[in-house]
Design a protein around this ligand. Structure first.
Ligand SMILES: *Cc1c(COP(=O)(O)O)cnc(C)c1O
Length: 275
């Protein structure tokens, strides 16, 4: 179909640009052994999952509906994370996920018996350090509910879980800043991590940004993985789809009041900040 025949508003996804990002992801995996799971809260357009699937290892989620989408439409490994589960959520999700990541020790204690034997058990930790311009997404801010703080950890928990997840970056284009966070985590939690099978460093690492030193990132992830004997994960969302997609709209009016304002037939997309 000719572009001009399509009814606006629509997203125009550039397949070759998407593949460029995915090739970078593939390179990162090859040099580091990291596994990559797509964060569906950032991008859940299942129409292009067939293009993405061969490059990534699975998907991750911010709530039960995304777990279902990941399981049904993406495949591979399905990671289930939520800031808070109801018991019904846990029962539904436990059967279709590979990893169940709880946000707190109380949720873990309440529901682990439902998950055991079905999925790998994980806990989100709050490293107390971050690289995020967005306050809402910043676990290091005061009163943050995102993950267990170091001084709240009951260390016996690490004998009965398989992995942990950290998520403390947002649009981090600075590889050295990320490596600084990795070092801080290794220092602060290293003894605990040694007991685990996997560690996820979350999303927000902008390794597809032009000029990003992917090889340096890969070497740091590999070194961390070897030091603590864990499978590393990243959970990219934005990094996979950045610069691939336009929202195409029609200008339906131009209003003039000292300056001109175009009125279009779409709202700007509002990300729901549920993290
Ligand atoms: C939002 C989120 C991601 C993805 O973040 P991006 O900035 O899109 O890479 C990954 N993991 C968790 C836990 C998240 O909340």
């Amino acid at each position: 179909m000719n572009k001009s025949q399509l009814k606006t508003p629509y997203f125009m996804i550039n397949e070759s640009k998407l593949i460029e990002n995915l090739e970078k992801a593939k390179h990162l995996k090859e040099i580091s052994g990291v596994k990559l799971v797509l964060a569906l809260k950032c991008f859940s357009t299942w129409g292009v999952f067939d293009i993405i699937k061969p490059y990534l290892d699975g998907s991750t989620s911010s709530g039960p509906f995304e777990v279902k989408l990941g399981h049904e439409a993406f495949g591979g490994e399905t990671h289930a994370y939520s800031v808070g589960y109801t018991e019904d959520d846990v029962r539904e999700v436990a059967d279709i996920c590979d990893k169940m990541i709880f946000n707190s020790q109380s949720q873990l204690a309440a529901y682990r018996h439902i998950v055991e034997g079905k999925a790998s058990l994980g806990l989100r930790l709050n490293p107390g350090v971050s690289y995020a311009g967005q306050d809402l997404a910043n676990p290091a801010r005061k009163y943050s509910r995102l993950g267990v703080q170091a001084d709240h950890i009951d260390s016996s928990v690490f004998d009965s879980i398989d992995g942990v997840m950290f998520h403390m970056n947002c649009e981090n284009k600075d590889v050295d800043a990320f490596i600084g966070l990795l070092d801080a985590i290794s220092e602060q939690f290293g003894d605990h991590l040694d007991k685990l099978d996997w560690v996820s460093m979350g999303g927000g690492v902008f390794f597809t940004w032009p000029g990003y030193d992917i090889d340096k990132l890969g070497a740091a992830l590999k070194a961390f993985s070897e030091k603590h004997g864990v499978q590393m994960y990243l959970e990219p969302g934005e990094a996979i789809i950045t610069k691939t997609t336009d929202l195409v709209v029609t200008v339906v009016d131009i209003v003039e009041n000292e300056k001109k304002t175009a009125i279009v037939n779409s709202a700007t997309e509002a990300t729901v900040w549920i993290r």
